[in-house]
Design a protein around this ligand. Structure first.
Ligand code: PMP
Length: 364
């Protein structure tokens, strides 16, 4: 295979509960997982019911074009159906964008400390990565605009960003979009959008109408609680949707996922509950970090990046000590942040158990 494929370090997700139970001799029921930015409420009951109704139909292929789901997205975001691309998780959308817009040898631009899949998608198409130094752990959009090279064809922006939780105000993004040449596509990855406070919400769909090179990416994996089903979507003008549609797998979103997503998108109660629980959990975790004298990056997502030591083994050391106590969090050394850990916000009792374990571990 090509050298650029051999050079890829595979994506490492949060450790599964079953694996940690086996490795550390623990009961699965005693393990708390705060490692993958999942919804601690699990999936919405409405989605469960919708899936059960589809079970009898699993002998048939899914709707390849996802008509009903696109209709639900179209109604919710007020865009025509041919502006919507469905993905097997939003990771699928990110990867489709790299394949659709970029040749081997051209470049893709993204920020230091931004989501790991941007690097993977870049390497997978044999493109060159231009990684722009972060500012206060977030995107430096001015520097990013200046770093666009003649061969750049795609820019990834995450708002809020993972793993740092940083947020870009709408005005900064719009200024950036105005500077990007039209032959360079911009993916605005809004996986954590639903956690933004009402006064931080902004209208990215209005930008899609104005900027023909913009693709907004969303997921059902976070606030909607459907991570295991793998469903996300992109919104862009039809000339982009048409390109993505040519290269996606014909049945990239399965029947259960389509049915569950329709239910979840319309379940405003669940969404509201998720956002409220997250806001309370954020206060709980950050108050705990303050009490322990730990530095953290203020977060707008469903997770917090916290600094657990001053040496480059600190993240791995504290992570292992937490695992032994049955608490799974996310080391971020692969992001170049070896002194930090990323903690997904859990239920109140999970956050409390994590903070108690962290306190123990730090005092050891
Ligand atoms: N974008 C960002 C910024 C993320 O953090 C994640 C999840 N880790 C994704 C996209 C992809 O999530 P999914 O494929 O489950 O939609």
């Amino acid at each position: 295979g090509p050298d650029y494929i051999r050079a890829i370090a595979p994506y490492q997700g949060g450790k599964p509960i079953s694996e940690v139970a086996r490795e550390f001799g623990l009961n699965e029921a005693d393990i708390i997982k705060l490692a993958s930015n999942e919804n601690p409420l699990g999936m919405p009951e409405s989605a469960k019911q919708a899936m059960l109704a589809v079970m009898a139909e699993l002998g048939r292929y899914p709707d390849s074009n996802g008509f009903e789901l696109k209709a639900a997205i179209s109604a919710k975001y007020d865009v025509p159906q041919d502006w919507i691309t469905l993905g097997n998780g939003s990771n699928d959308i990110l990867e489709l964008a790299a394949r659709a817009f970029v040749h081997q040898g051209q470049s893709i631009l993204y920020a230091q400390y931004s989501f790991a899949v941007y690097a993977l998608a870049t390497q997978a198409v044999g493109a060159r990565a231009i990684v722009v130094q972060a500012k206060d752990y977030g995107h430096d959009l001015q520097a990013m605009a200046e770093a666009i090279a003649p061969d750049t064809r795609l820019v990834f922006i995450a708002n809020p960003n993972n793993p740092t939780g940083t947020f870009l105000p709408a005005a900064e993004i719009e200024t950036f979009l105005q500077k990007v040449p039209q032959h360079v596509a911009v993916v605005l990855d809004e996986a954590y959008n639903e956690y933004l406070a009402p006064n931080q919400q902004y209208d990215s769909i209005a930008w899609v109408r104005r900027y023909p090179n913009l693709l907004v990416s969303r997921t059902l994996s976070k606030a909607y609680g459907l991570a295991g089903l793998r469903i996300g979507f992109g919104i862009a003008q039809p000339h982009i949707t048409d390109l993505l549609n040519r290269i996606r797998q014909p049945f990239n979103v399965n029947s259960m996922a389509q049915a569950a997503a329709i239910a979840a998108l319309n379940d405003t109660d669940f969404l509201q509950k998720s956002a409220q629980l997250n806001a309370a959990g954020y206060r709980q975790l950050t108050e705990g970090f303050d009490a322990l004298g730990l530095r953290y990056v203020p977060s707008h997502g469903n997770f917090v990046l916290v600094k657990v030591g001053d040496d480059d083994a600190a993240g791995a050391r504290i992570n292992l000590a937490l695992l032994k106590q049955g608490i799974i969090v996310r080391p971020v050394a692969n992001y170049g942040l070896p002194q930090w850990l990323r903690i997904s916000i859990g239920l109140p009792e999970e956050n409390a158990a994590f903070l108690a374990a962290l306190k123990n571990v730090l005092n050891d």
